[in-house]
Design a protein around this ligand. Structure first.
Ligand SMILES: C[S@@+](CC[C@H](N)C(=O)[O-])C[C@H]1O[C@@H](n2cnc3c(N)ncnc32)[C@H](O)[C@@H]1O
Length: 265
């Protein structure tokens, strides 16, 4: 018998599972999908414990369910061509922030275990060599508490293959000590901060660079539009917004499907 013929048919979505997916959409914008359903099924006891009529990101059962259903795949210098493109813009942005007597503010929205924020901090600190005296701060936001704890601890995950595979040789010392052991350089740790936030309800302003990559893909069209609206509003004049190649943006902002957008000065 072939593997396909032997496979059990996927169970019908139960009323409670459908209600949980609707509640997660209302709460964090998650689109119903087979991946979300499979994750909900693995966390069935948490679904049981949640009050489906009152979804709340701060409530312990809901917080645990969000931890369980979010996808944390990430890596250092993911989408390397886009990273290189932004790195080339950083000296100019750093010089402008320094001239205004302030730090360059960078956001990783949906930072998972922190590798994107680590990347941004390394790129910006490397760029400060050409702009002495410039300061930076990098904020990582996510809903998933274990991922944030890992990011705060500065852990670089091994994942699949060499975690430094995409890191340019010149930037490797930010992630590797003299004995070639993985470790986050203390200078990076000093500029990094992580915080729990729901991007669907979050608002803050004054960011010069915002990365939100491989996050919108998990959201409904309405939630994507709302998160994008908030991210654009968070940009300082001339600020840069970078989306992942698979994140569908709004056609007004990204008519040609490009993944980099600059706020008007
Ligand atoms: C696949 S990871 C992407 C990590 C990183 N941006 C990258 O591209 O490598 C997606 C992350 O987005 C977070 N996320 C999804 N929806 C969110 C929301 N509404 N608010 C905050 N974080 C969210 C998830 O918890 C997860 O850690």
């Amino acid at each position: 018998m072939s593997g396909l013929a032997a496979a059990a048919p996927a169970a019908e979505t139960t009323e409670r599972e459908a209600a949980a997916m609707a509640a997660l959409e209302a709460l964090a914008g998650f689109a119903a999908s087979p991946v979300l359903l499979a994750r909900l099924r693995r966390a069935a006891s948490l679904v049981e414990a949640c009050d489906l009529d009152h979804p709340d990101v701060e409530e312990p059962h809901w917080a645990a369910l969000l931890d369980a259903v979010t996808v944390q795949e990430t890596r250092l210098y993911r989408h390397p061509a886009q990273c290189a493109g932004v790195a080339a813009l950083l000296p100019g942005r750093l010089a402008a922030a320094r001239a205004e007597g302030r730090k360059l503010r960078i956001l990783s929205a949906g930072c998972a275990t922190g590798e994107e924020a680590f990347t941004l901090a390394a790129m910006a600190l490397s760029a400060t060599r050409a702009v002495p005296g410039a300061g930076i701060e990098v904020l990582g936001l996510d809903l998933c508490r274990p991922a944030l704890a890992s990011a705060e601890a500065g852990v670089i995950h091994l994942g699949m293959g060499d975690p430094l595979a995409l890191v340019p040789a010149a930037d490797r010392p930010w992630f590797q000590d003299a004995s070639q052991n993985l470790r986050l350089h203390p200078s990076l740790r000093r500029v990094l901060q992580f915080s729990r936030a729901n991007l669907l309800g979050w608002s803050e302003t004054g960011f010069d660079v915002v990365f939100c990559r491989n996050v919108l893909i998990y959201l409904t069209a309405d939630a994507r539009a709302e998160v994008l609206r908030r991210l654009v509003a968070s940009l300082a004049p001339g600020g840069i917004l970078a989306l992942g190649p698979t994140d569908r943006g709004s056609p007004e902002l990204f008519p040609a499907g490009e993944a980099l957008w600059t706020a008007h000065e």
